[in-house]
Design a protein around this ligand. Structure first.
Ligand SMILES: C[S@@+](CC[C@H](N)C(=O)[O-])C[C@H]1O[C@@H](n2cnc3c(N)ncnc32)[C@H](O)[C@@H]1O
Length: 252
């Protein structure tokens, strides 16, 4: 399992490049037409770093997930989706990999952060129909990329930082952290905090030619970000964005 960074071919580690070069088969999962760009980005990463003719790419359609579900139904929808992915991975490994070949799943950013591929591979091994050994190569996460692009740290001196989801932020600002990184936010949960003394550092399509950055107090930057987000989403059909919220501790 290879972490490939947020999208910029220069943000692969040397370890990742070595791992790519020793891989026979790359499994690339496609989530449908709107995400075809992401398959293109991965192909571009491979063309940049691996000599042509030394590998095969196997594309497959990622199972659809029920995104409307909330509460307990949300956990069960995620569980079903994971199992459907595990069955797909199992079939790909059984049918597309030779006995002595090595395969790789390419994971955006770092496999340790909000990614289910590790859990899915473990489910495949537990099922027992195929067996294999695997390693994990860390990657530069979208969070590291965001902080670097804004030339800021994630935490303030000797203070904690919390990484969470838009769904969680919509339920309330974390009580014990003033620096909060938000991922997977389809609802722009930062809007809820426009009346507080909080700065936002926002980035979309980080590391790609479409990258957009904005920052400032939520009250000022928030409406701009909403507009930029809506326009980009309309233009490209999909968006991946993440942001850091930095609260003035006096707001607690
Ligand atoms: C399923 S998580 C995967 C995170 C990934 N493992 C990482 O280390 O960045 C997907 C979320 O990561 C963030 N993300 C991933 N790539 C991004 C990018 N290029 N630009 C901005 N946000 C990104 C978004 O918040 C998106 O909703």
């Amino acid at each position: 399992m290879i972490g490939i960074g947020a999208g910029d071919p220069d943000q692969l580690t040397l370890q990742a490049v070595r791992a790519l070069r020793s891989t026979d088969v790359f499994f690339v999962l496609d989530k449908g037409e709107v995400k075809a760009d992401l398959v293109g980005l991965r192909r571009h990463l491979l063309e940049t770093h691996v000599p042509e003719g030394t590998y095969r790419v196997v594309e497959a359609r990622d199972p659809e997930r029920d995104r409307g579900a909330g509460g307990a139904a949300y956990s069960s929808a995620v569980g079903d989706w994971r199992s459907a992915r595990a069955r797909l991975f199992e079939r790909l490994i059984a049918e597309e990999l030779g006995e002595d070949e090595s395969g790789a799943f390419l994971v955006w950013g770092d496999p340790a952060l909000y990614d289910s591929t590790l859990g899915v591979l473990e489910e495949v091994l537990e099922h027992g129909a195929v067996s294999f050994a695997y390693d994990v190569v860390p990657g530069i996460s979208s969070v590291s990329s965001l902080a670097a692009r804004h030339r800021t740290g994630l935490n303030r001196v000797a203070r904690p930082v919390q990484i969470t989801t838009g769904r969680r932020l919509a339920e309330g600002f974390p009580a014990d952290a003033d620096d909060v990184v938000v991922m997977l936010d389809a609802q722009q949960a930062f809007r809820r905090y426009a009346d507080q003394d909080i700065d936002i550092y926002w980035g979309a399509y980080l590391g790609t030619p479409d990258e957009i950055l904005d920052s400032g107090p939520i009250a000022e930057a928030g409406p701009r970000i909403e507009r930029l987000r809506a326009e980009a989403r309309e233009r490209k059909g999909w968006i991946m964005d993440t942001y850091l919220l930095r609260r003035n501790p006096g707001e607690r």
